[in-house]
Write a protein that binds this ligand. Structure first.
Ligand code: ADP
Ligand code: ZN
Length: 789
C-alpha cells in the first residue's frame, strides 16, 4: 500500500468502533507522530483527486478564517467524494441486470440492492464481511451502477410553452388573407387570426395562452383552427433560467471605452496586480470579461468566473456559454453529485473552465489562468454558516495568486475593501463611466413620502408621483420593477390594546404575517404559527399589522391598478424548482407589467423594456444597526436603478423616502460614487471599522442565558487582559436569541497587517480551548468570524 501512496489520494480510515471516513493523504514523511495514529484501511483512488494547490488553499482558509482544515474540506468536497459509514447507496436507474460486468463483490452489493433498494456503507461492510469497502464502492459509482441516495431526486426538466404558428400552407401574405374566408363564419376565430397577425409583428413566437387571453377565445377555438389547417401547435422550449433570445452585443466591435479598459487591465496584470473595474451598470463590462476569457481559453488555460448567486444570473451564464461554448461549465447547486464529480474530473484534467458561485473555488484547477469576480461588492460572497465563514471574493484573489493567475474584479459599486485596495495600490483601478451606446444613466428622483402623504391619494406607501409614473410606463408598453426589501405581508403582528407583538418561540424576533397562507412566520428559523385572533397577553380583541412587505405592496397596488399584470419575486414565490426561471421568463416575454421584489430584483436582471424602477422605502434600507448599512443601501439602490432603461432609451427611477436629504440618497441621485466612498471611508476610519481595521466577530451560543453570559464574560476577561481596548464586549446582540440559542458577542479590531492578526487568532484559539475545559461551560459554543458581514 505504501508504494501506491501519493499526496491527494483519498483513503479509508476508521474512527471509533464502527465509523469509517474518507481521509486525504496530506504528506508522506518519516517523522514519528506525537499522536496516536489510525491505520489506513484502503486506498480509494488510483490517481489523486485533490491537488497540492487545493490542500494549500484549504490550509490557508483554515488559518485565516479560524476553523479546521476538516471543515474546509467538508465544504470543498462534493459528497460523492466524501463517503462515510452513513452514506446511503441505491441502484442506478440505468442499471440493467447485466451482471457479467461485475466481479464477485460488486455482484453481491448489486444483488443486495435489488432486494432492499438501499444500503448504508456500513451494511455493505456487513454483507461483504470486509472491513474496507470504499474502493469497490468507488468503482461502482464511477460506472454508474450505483448512486448515492440524495442524487436520485427529480432532475430538472426544461420548461416548455405551448405556441401557435401558421401551418406550411399559410406562409405568404396572400395565403393568410385567404385564411380569413375560412373563418368568416366565426367571430372568435376571426378575432384570433387578427390578433395573431398583430402579435406577429413584434414577437418571435406566439404563445397559445397569449392568444386566448387577448381575444377571450377558448383553447377549443384554437384547436378548431388547427383542424382547419390554418395553425399548428408546437412546444417552444425556454431555457431553465431565462435568456435573452436577442442580441447580446458580443459579436459587435468593441467600443472605445472597452478597448481602453482592456488595455488598462492588461497593463495592471503586467505589473502583477489584480484589476478592479469600476464600470457603471450597462457600461459593457461583461463584454470585456468575455474578451479576456476567450484569450485564456485560446491559450489552453482555464478560467474561473465567479458570481454571487447563480440562480439570479442566468442571463450572464447563457451569454458566457454562447460565446465560449462547452469549454465552460456551470457549477451550481442544482447539479447532482454525479454531475459535480464529472466537472471535478474535467477541471482536474485541465480541460474545463467554470462559471459558478463561491463553491466553485474548491474545484481542482490545474491550468488556471484567469479569475473573474463579477459583482465583487455583493454580500452573497460571504458564507455565514457553517465554517469556513469565508468571503469568496477574497479567497478567489488568493486562489489566483496561488496559481499565478490573473484576477479581474468588476462592479458598478466597488466595496470599501476593494476601493481601499485600489487606493493603496494593491489593485489597479480601471473606470468605465459611460453606458454603452451613449444611453444616459437613468434619471433618478425622490418622492417625499411624508409630504405627498398629506395630499393626493393619501396612501402610506405609494406617492402620487410613483403611481402616475407606473401608469405612464405601462401605457407606453414598458415594464416596472418595484423594490421592497422585506418579504411577506407585514413584518409585525401586534395587539392594538397593549402593543404586545407576537414573537418567534425560538428567536428574539417578531413573526411576519403572510397573508396568502394566513400564517405567521419567522424569517430566521422558519417557525410558523396560526395568527391568534385575540391578544395572548392581555386578551384584547383586536390584532393589527405593522410594516410593509412585498406581498402587501402587490396587494395594495392592485387597488390602484386593477388591470396591471403583476408578480412578486422573493424567497416565497421562487421556492419551487422552476419557479424563478418561469417568473423571469414571463417577465421577459412581456407577460407581466410589474415585478415587485426583494433584493432579488436588484441583481443582474437585464431586460430591455424596463422603463421604471421604484424603491418603495429608502429609509428602511438606511436604518439597520450595522456599520455596513449605508454601503449596502447605496449599492442596492444603484444596482436596482441600473435595471432601468438599459438598451434603448433613458430609464427612470423613483426613490420614495421620508428623509429625502439623507446623504446616501443624495449620492444615489447624483450618481456620485466618489462622494459616497469618500464620506463613508472617513466615517469608517473615524469609528475604526473595516477596511481600516480587521474585524473579528466572536459569538457565544448556548440554550441557557446565564451560561452564555457567564462563558462570554469569562472569556472576555481573559482576552481583555491581552487585547486592551481592541476588544469590545461582550454584549448582547440586537437579536439576542436565535434558533433556541441565547447569544453574546464580542468584537476584536486588529490593524490590517498580517502579523497582529495571527497573534490575536492564536490568543483566541487558546481562550476557546480553555473555555472548552471550564467546568459547567463546556457546552458554550464559540463561533469565530473573521471579516464578518
Ligand atoms: P455591464 O456588464 O457593464 O452591465 P453589458 O456588458 O451587459 O454591461 O452591456 C450592456 C449592454 O450593452 C448589453 O445589452 C450589451 O448587449 C450592449 N453592448 C455592450 N458592449 C457592446 C458592443 N461592443 N457592441 C454592441 N453592444 C454592446
Ligand atoms: Zn425563529
Amino acid at each position: 500500500m505504501v508504494a501506491q501512496m501519493k499526496t491527494g489520494l483519498r483513503v479509508e480510515v476508521q474512527f471509533g468502533r464502527n465509523k469509517h471516513y474518507t481521509g486525504i493523504v496530506r504528506e508522506l514523511h518519516g517523522r514519528t507522530p506525537t499522536y496516536k495514529v489510525k491505520p489506513i484501511l484502503s486506498v480509494i483512488d488510483l490517481e489523486p483527486l485533490i491537488t497540492e494547490r487545493q490542500l494549500k488553499m484549504w490550509e490557508w482558509m483554515a488559518a485565516y478564517y479560524g476553523c479546521t482544515v476538516g471543515e474546509v474540506m467538508s465544504a470543498g468536497l462534493p459528497s460523492h467524494l466524501k463517503l462515510t459509514s452513513e452514506t446511503i447507496i441505491t441502484l442506478g436507474p440505468l442499471f440493467s441486470d447485466d451482471a457479467t460486468q461485475l466481479d464477485d463483490r460488486e455482484y453481491m452489493i448489486v444483488e443486495a440492492l435489488t432486494l432492499q433498494s438501499q444500503l448504508s456503507l456500513k451494511d455493505v461492510r456487513d454483507i461483504l464481511q470486509k472491513k474496507t469497502v470504499y474502493p469497490v464502492i468507488r468503482r461502482l459509482l464511477d460506472r454508474r451502477v450505483i448512486f448515492l441516495q440524495e442524487e436520485l431526486q427529480e432532475r430538472y426538466k426544461p420548461k416548455k410553452i405551448h405556441c401557435v404558428r401558421f401551418s406550411p400552407a399559410y406562409q405568404t401574405e396572400a395565403q393568410r388573407i385567404a385564411a380569413f374566408d375560412l373563418v368568416s363564419k366565426s367571430e372568435k376565430q376571426t378575432a384570433v387570426l387578427l390578433e395573431y397577425l398583430q402579435l406577429m409583428r413584434d414577437q418571435p413566437f406566439i404563445k397559445r395562452a397569449d392568444l386566448t387571453r387577448r381575444t377571450g377565445a377558448s383553447a377549443a377555438i384554437i384547436k378548431a383552427m388547427v383542424k382547419k389547417g390554418i395553425f399548428e401547435l408546437y412546444e417552444h422550449e425556454i431555457s431553465r433560467i431565462t435568456g435573452a433570445e436577442g442580441e447580446t452585443g458580443d459579436a459587435f466591435e468593441l467600443t472605445e471605452q472597452q478597448v481602453s479598459a482592456l488595455t488598462q487591465v492588461r497593463g495592471w496584470w503586467e505589473k502583477g496586480q489584480p484589476a478592479l473595474v469600476h464600470g457603471v451598470t450597462g457600461s459593457g463590462k461583461t463584454r470585456v470579461y468575455l474578451e479576456l476569457m476567450q484569450a485564456r481559453l485560446d491559450a489552453g488555460q482555464q478560467v474561473l468566473y465567479l458570481l454571487p448567486e447563480i440562480a439570479l444570473t442566468g442571463q450572464i451564464v447563457k451569454r458566457l456559454q454562447r460565446v465560449l461554448g462547452d469549454k465552460i461549465a456551470v457549477y451550481h447547486s442544482r447539479l447532482n453529485n454525479m454531475e459535480r464529480v464529472e466537472i471535478w474530473k474535467a477541471v482536474l484534467a485541465g480541460k474545463l473552465s467554470v462559471v459558478g458561485p463561491r463553491s466553485a473555488l474548491f474545484l481542482p484547477f490545474t491550468k488556471l489562468g484567469l479569475v473573474v469576480i463579477d459583482e465583487e461588492h455583493d454580500s452573497s460572497y460571504k458564507q455565514q454558516e457553517p465554517a469556513p465563514r469565508y468571503n469568496g471574493r477574497d479567497v478567489a484573489v488568493y486562489l489566483a495568486h496561488l496559481h499565478g493567475a490573473n484576477t479581474i474584479l468588476g462592479t458598478a459599486t466597488p466595496s470599501l475593501e476593494s476601493w481601499e485596495n485600489a487606493r493603496r495600490g494593491k489593485y489597479g483601478l480601471v473606470s468605465m463611466p459611460q453606458r454603452f451606446g451613449g444611453i444616459a444613466m437613468p434619471a433618478i428622483e425622490v418622492a417625499d413620502l411624508r409630504e405627498e402623504n398629506e395630499k393626493g391619494v393619501r396612501h402610506p406607501f405609494f406617492t402620487p408621483t410613483l403611481l402616475n409614473e407606473i401608469k405612464a410606463t405601462i401605457e407606453r408598453g414598458e415594464q416596472v420593477i418595484l423594490f421592497q426589501n422585506r418579504r411577506g405581508f407585514a413584518p409585525v403582528y401586534f395587539c392594538s390594546t397593549c402593543d404586545h407583538t407576537i414573537e418567534c418561540v425560538n428567536c428574539d424576533v417578531s413573526l411576519t404575517y403572510h397573508k396568502y397562507q394566513h400564517r405567521l412566520r419567522c424569517h430566521c428559523c422558519g417557525y410558523a404559527a396560526t395568527p391568534p385572533e385575540s391578544c395572548p397577553a392581555c386578551g384584547g380583541p383586536e390584532m393589527k399589522l405593522g410594516g410593509t412587505g412585498t406581498e402587501k405592496i402587490e396587494d395594495e397596488l392592485k387597488i390602484f391598478l386593477p388591470d396591471a399584470r403583476m408578480a412578486r419575486m422573493d424567497a416565497d414565490t421562487t421556492r419551487g424548482k422552476n419557479a424563478l426561471g418561469e417568473l423571469l421568463a414571463r417577465f421577459e416575454l412581456g407577460e407581466l407589467d410589474i415585478l415587485v421584489g426583494t433584493q432579488m430584483v436588484t441583481k443582474g436582471l437585464d431586460f430591455e423594456k424596463v422603463g421604471l424602477v421604484g424603491i418603495i422605502n429608502a429609509d428602511q434600507l438606511l436604518r439597520f444597526p450595522d456599520f455596513r448599512a449605508d454601503e449596502r443601501a447605496f449599492q442596492l439602490m444603484v444596482q436596482v436603478a441600473g435595471r432601468a432603461g438599459r438598451k434603448h432609451r433613458q430609464g427612470k427611477v423613483i426613490i420614495q423616502a421620508m428623509e429625502k436629504g439623507h446623504p446616501v440618497i443624495r449620492d444615489v441621485i447624483d450618481e456620485d460614487y466618489h462622494n459616497f466612498i469618500q464620506r463613508e471611508g472617513r466615517n469608517r476610519a473615524e469609528h475604526r471599522f473595516p477596511p481600516y481595521v480587521k474585524m473579528i466577530n466572536v459569538q457565544f451560543r448556548h440554550p441557557k442565558r446565564n451560561k452564555v453570559e457567564e462563558g462570554a464574560k469569562l472569556m472576555g476577561g481573559w482576552l481583555s487582559h491581552h487585547l486592551g481596548d481592541t476588544l469590545s464586549g461582550p454584549f448582547e446582540p440586537s437579536v439576542a436569541r436565535l434558533r433556541t440559542y441565547y447569544l453574546q458577542e464580542m468584537v476584536i479590531r486588529v490593524k490590517p497587517d498580517g502579523k497582529e492578526l495571527g497573534r490575536v487568532k492564536a490568543l483566541l484559539q487558546k481562550a476557546v480551548d480553555q473555555l472548552g475545559k471550564t467546568e459547567g461551560l463546556t457546552g458554550v459554543r464559540v463561533v469565530v468570524d473573521v471579516d464578518p458581514y
